[in-house]
Design a protein around this ligand. Structure first.
Ligand code: HEC
Length: 168
């Protein structure tokens, strides 16, 4: 998926993330949280759900923007969800909540080994998502168009370094 995204630009980025959302949905069925889950395991599963919400909002935004006359309300709602989740993202990764807490986790150990780099990636995303939300709230559809791309690049920037995509 990473190579497809780098070749195809914003559209492929949107499609690639759509595919990731679909795959995440399929995985979720075989990946139930154990009944006696530890706090770290609960955190890892909650993070998985948050990323699915984030992926769904980003896909919802892209799908709406592809329409001839995008609904400003739908665009604004999705952008707000993205900005809210971006603000919370740094709290989703306490130490010990990686694969040791959820075998299916795609969180790389570098998240904790290179905490400063990860924090920068999260701040970059938050900054772009905040702009996206401002443009969407103002009903600036052309502005949103460009800002989706900037925001998507920060998703990809973090995934390339800190997410290990599992195929099954
Ligand atoms: C600061 C880093 C970072 C940013 C920014 C980021 N992600 Fe992620 N994302 C991750 C990590 C790490 C995982 C794997 C988490 C895990 O499995 O424990 C992930 C997982 C996902 C998943 C898979 C969910 C699942 O568990 O099946 C989706 C979908 C996703 N991200 C979408 C996005 C989108 C869309 C954006 C931008 C709008 C984004 N992410 C921005 C780090 C990031």
């Amino acid at each position: 998926m990473a190579s497809m995204m780098s070749k195809g630009g914003a559209l492929a980025l949107a499609i690639g993330i759509g595919a990731a959302v679909a795959a995440g949905g399929a995985l979720a069925h075989n990946d139930k949280m154990p009944a006696n889950a530890s706090p770290a395991t609960k955190t890892a599963y909650a993070r998985h759900e948050n990323f699915e919400k984030l992926g769904a909002a980003f896909k919802g935004l892209n799908d709406e923007m592809k329409k001839g006359d995008p609904s400003k309300a739908v665009v604004a709602t999705n952008a707000k969800t993205i900005a809210t989740l971006a603000g919370a993202l740094p709290t989703w990764f306490p130490r010990g909540s990686g694969v040791e807490a959820r075998a299916m986790s795609e969180a790389k150990p570098d998240i904790w080994r290179d905490a400063a780099g990860f924090s920068t990636a999260a701040s970059n995303f938050q900054a772009q998502a905040t702009k996206l939300n401002q443009l969407a709230a103002a009903g600036d559809i052309d502005g949103v168009k460009g800002q989706i791309r900037n925001t998507g690049m920060t998703c990809k920037g973090c995934h390339d370094k800190y997410r290990l995509e599992k195929k099954d």
